[in-house]
Ligand binder design. Structure first.
Ligand code: C2E
Ligand code: MG
Ligand code: MG
Ligand code: MG
Length: 293
């Protein structure tokens, strides 16, 4: 896995060491206790309809409030958790947290709860009990199976395509919507795409962040939107950092979007307030708000 040398998610383990090195063992036990002592935090980033500005959902993104190191971003520990066998515990924590959030929303807000997208890893997809665990979590919180959706990457499927496809078919039959995350960056195979029970493609932010400066990125996005639509899928762009990019994506026919221009991921307990103020100030979404009241 790639090392990260700068920014808030600075490297906290050394990828040159294998998972059994002393440093890795320490990190693995810290991560295990992070799950047990509630150091993990649920952040949400809104997802909007690019044409109307309406909020149609949110993506669940994990953060680690480390007692000494402060806020740690997922790129600095998810790859390690995947390699050291801790990812399933983290995914279950995430699932429980999202279910609890959506369950509580019903009592506290008159607006409908956003559909929350959860990121899954390869190891989750080969767990044949995953669909049962998800069903239990939803039922325990009196949620419909439309309350959450799931994001998977092309590479997470390619680890063990047969088992992954089996799990995905069960999840889709349960009524859960599935998206392909980071589309275009991984191990793409159009013949798999054709057979996957997904309803959405997410264009990776690497194409979106640079689209104002690079015509090739615009062309890739245009082709991806067309490909998605031709397969009957919705297309989402992540990494929208300004109004021009929003407008350009809307012009290319992209359906939905996420990005810092709309909102950075925020602690889940701030989402309700954010949604109220977005709905009140966003001209396009004002009409919807009136309709729902
Ligand atoms: P992702 O699922 O592709 O999530 C999108 C990432 O892009 C998030 O980073 C988000 O904060 C960032 N982003 C969104 N809008 C913008 C923007 O306008 N500009 C820029 N520069 N960045 C933007 P984050 O939260 O650091 O997550 C990184 C990755 O970690 C995620 O990529 C996902 O693959 C993984 N991840 C996060 N939470 C979980 C989790 O609960 N489970 C698993 N398995 N993976 C997770
Ligand atoms: Mg994602
Ligand atoms: Mg993504
Ligand atoms: Mg990504």
């Amino acid at each position: 896995y790639a090392t990260k040398s700068s920014g808030a998610g600075a490297l906290i383990y050394d990828s040159n060491h294998d998972v059994s090195s002393q440093q890795s063992l320490t990190f693995a036990s810290e991560l295990k206790s992070a799950v047990e002592t509630n150091q993990l935090a649920l952040y949400l980033q809104p997802k909007i309809d690019l044409g109307t500005g309406h909020v149609i959902g949110a993506e669940a993104l994990i953060r680690w409030n480390h007692p000494q190191k402060g806020l740690i971003y997922p790129d600095s520990f998810i790859p390690f958790a995947e390699q050291s066998g801790n990812i399933n515990k983290i995914s279950m924590w995430m699932l429980a947290e999202v279910a609890r959030f959506s369950g509580e929303w019903q009592h506290e807000h008159h607006l409908p709860a956003p559909v929350i997208a959860i990121n899954l890893s390869a190891r989750d997809l080969v767990d044949h009990l995953l669909p049962n665990k998800i069903q239990e979590m939803l039922t325990a919180n009196k949620l419909s199976n439309h309350a959450i959706s799931l994001e998977i990457t092309e590479s997470s499927i390619m680890d063990d395509p047969k088992r992954a496809l089996n799990t995905l078919n069960v999840l889709s039959d349960m009524g859960l919507k599935l998206s392909i995350d980071d589309f275009g960056t991984g191990y793409s195979s159009l013949s798999y795409l054709k057979n996957l029970p997904v309803s959405e493609l997410k264009i990776d932010k690497s194409f979106v962040l640079n689209m104002e400066n690079d015509k090739a990125d615009v062309n890739i996005i245009r082709s991806t939107v067309d490909l998605g639509h031709n397969l009957g899928l919705k297309v989402v762009a992540e990494g929208i950092e300004n109004q021009n990019v929003w407008t350009a994506l809307e012009g290319l026919g992209c359906d939905f979007g996420q990005g810092y221009f709309i909102s950075k991921p925020m602690p889940a307990d701030q989402f309700g307030k954010w949604l109220e103020s977005w709905t009140a100030t966003n001209k396009k979404s004002k009409d919807l708000y009136k309709k729902m009241k």
